[in-house]
Ligand binder design. Structure first.
Ligand code: DNO
Ligand code: MN
Length: 344
């Protein structure tokens, strides 16, 4: 595996120079954040980003994410234009020799939590999800505070969008995903880019919106939608792992070379449809990280892997889930397991 780290660009207080000091760190996962969803990413912007990363002695391994316009997920007639733009962006990324592109197909909301600063017994804070609290939240009230949800809609836009999804059930969403993938994977095949869908987080419907990428069955269906090695997965242990039915090591062995990007983090299940994010260490949460990495080792995984979210520790403040310290501890831990597996 290739150890990587997510960086949110020049405004990120976690600077490239700091990331480089994490032992064994070689690669960066990032995106261009100021281009509206649906517009083409120009080649010169991609090259500038890549150069900035390389100047810091790191390599640009993954784009996370190249977001999918809602009109594509909704199957609106305008989707063809957005799909063309997506294909063009993929061509530009390939020209800059970016190997992997991560995306997701969650309607309206990306990853969702009910609390961003739950205090743990050791004094650190973490992200938590409690279904009962989420059921009380009203996305239309305007005071929703979601860490992964960068798009700021006007209230009327959001109402219109949520209404448009009333017509979309799981099967229509699958159909719209197929339509999208049939076109973009063709481009990915032509230019040599690995597409890697991120599972839904949490892996069940929220706010009445369908969510379809959530377990072994749906990942199997996904890779069969378009039969190409470039139609692959971001395997996120934290997202999939909150559902106890998901046998992560087994899924890693099953999907093998269709996994193009590994997100490794731990979560602690605290009830039905409730969880909090824990330190990466196996004993801190519900996921056995050694078994997860063993599975990657067994399949000969040599793609990018990153520690995923971290807690806030040692007084650090900033973007919830994406501080430096706990993610760096996670990286060191993953490295340690990997080294032990290599030598065993
Ligand atoms: C959260 C992330 C997600 C992810 C997107 C991928 O930390 O894993 O926001 O980047 O869902 O498209
Ligand atoms: Mn993830």
């Amino acid at each position: 595996m290739k150890l990587t780290f997510r960086w949110f660009g020049p405004d990120d207080p976690v600077r490239l120079e700091f990331i480089r000091q994490i032992p064994g760190m070689t690669g960066i996962v990032t995106a261009i954040y100021d281009i509206p969803v649906g517009e083409v990413w120009p080649l010169n912007r991609i090259l500038a980003l890549k150069e900035e990363v390389e100047r810091a002695g790191l390599s640009l391994e993954v784009i996370e994410s190249l977001p999918v316009h809602e009109d594509i997920k909704l199957g609106r007639s305008t989707r063809d234009r957005y799909i063309k733009n997506y294909q063009m962006a993929l061509k530009n990324l390939a020209q800059a020799k970016i190997p992997v592109v991560c995306y997701n197909f969650m309607p309206v909301f990306d990853w969702t939590r009910s609390q961003l600063d739950r205090r743990l017994p050791d004094g650190s804070t973490t992200l938590a999800y409690e279904e009962s609290k989420v059921l009380q939240m009203n996305p239309l009230s305007g005071d929703l505070d979601l860490p992964g949800w960068d798009t700021s809609y006007q209230k009327n836009e959001l109402v219109e969008l949520m209404e448009a999804y009333q017509k979309i059930n799981e099967e229509t969403l699958w159909e719209n995903l197929r339509y999208f993938l049939q076109k973009v994977v063709k481009t990915a095949d032509e230019v040599g880019i690995k597409m890697a869908i991120h599972p839904d987080d949490p892996p069940w419907p929220i706010f009445g919106l369908p969510r379809i990428i959530r377990n072994e069955e749906s990942l199997e269906r996904l890779i069969q939608l378009v039969d190409s090695p470039n139609n692959g997965l971001t395997f996120c242990t934290g997202s999939l792992g909150v559902d106890p039915q998901n046998d992560l090591p087994r899924m890693i062995r099953r999907f093998g070379n269709r996994i193009h990007f590994a997100h490794c983090r731990n979560v602690k299940r605290t009830g039905e449809k409730s969880f909090e994010e824990s330190a990466h260490l196996s004993s801190s949460g519900s996921i056995d990280m050694v078994e997860v990495l063993k599975a990657y080792h067994d399949i000969g995984f040599n793609g990018p892997m990153r520690p995923d979210h971290g807690r806030m520790i040692w007084g650090e403040t900033g973007r919830p889930g994406y501080g430096l310290y706990d993610r760096a501890l996670g990286a060191a831990y993953l490295n340690g397991i990997w080294e032990a597996l290599n030598k065993a």
